[in-house]
Design a protein around this ligand. Sequence first.
Ligand code: OGA
Ligand code: MN
Length: 301
Amino acid sequence: MFKDSFKYYKARKPPPNLEHVIDPMKPSNKNVRKMNVDFQSETGLGVKFGLKSMKEWNIYEFINIPGLILLQNPFTAKGQQEWIIKCLKEYTEKPNITNIDAHGLLSNNETWWDTCFGTMPRKDLLSRLRWTTLGYHHNWDTKHYSENLKSKMPNDLKDLIEYLARILGFQEFKAEAAIINYYKMNSTLAGHTDHSEAYLEAPLFSISFGQAAIFLIGGLKQENSAHALFLRSGDVLVMSGNSRLKYHGVPKILIDESKPWSSMPNSSINNEDWQKVNAYISDSRINVNVRQVLKPGQLNL
Ligand code: OGA
Ligand code: MN
């Protein structure tokens, strides 16, 4: 059962044995199969999005989880740093909605970033950031999207996801809504399915940054058993086809000593924002979860 695996990996005492967690860094041919994509589709845009050359990408399908695709960290370290800064500084600003705004923890014209990192930093708010919604805002109570609760998707994020989607073969994918989840080391995300979108045939794109996670994915019902896999900084997970509506969740965050977001000592970007963000990410994970909401040709909800 999904919840038994969840409980097992979440436990601290005793800590879980990670031997059965599928590790795309050590791909065994009984778990994953390499997918080939057309390198010819590479355009100059990759550099702008902080991506490595497509020749360096590794893309895997999971043999026992049809439809699930992992594009293993296609980002450069600098690219990751830029996206992490955006997730914390830019995307937490209005018109996007964060749990901090929703709970009225800031006064009207304050931003989360300025409150945490300004001249009089409120350190207490730093770890209280849980989510931001962009585009069609996910309503956490009704679980519905509506035309009345919608703002513009940031162009850079929309363009990145649609670029990746095209290369992975999802020509028509439109990035219309995003949830950014912020995790501390003891955070979890309970098992759920994502079924609020009007068009459930479109895949779901999920990018991880910062510390690593154990990701659990089961079946269409909670009673089905689950597979566990590692997600690391930069990884792009795509839930498409048969995997799109499966139960999934995050029972554990793990320190990633390899720090895939940090550059070689002499080339690290030394700007002020990165100094702040580097400290934040040392005990945090960020997940950027992007969805298409509308059916092809549908103009609004
Ligand atoms: C979600 C989700 C998974 C993750 O936001 O719906 O499933 O890896 N996130 O954080
Ligand atoms: Mn989900």
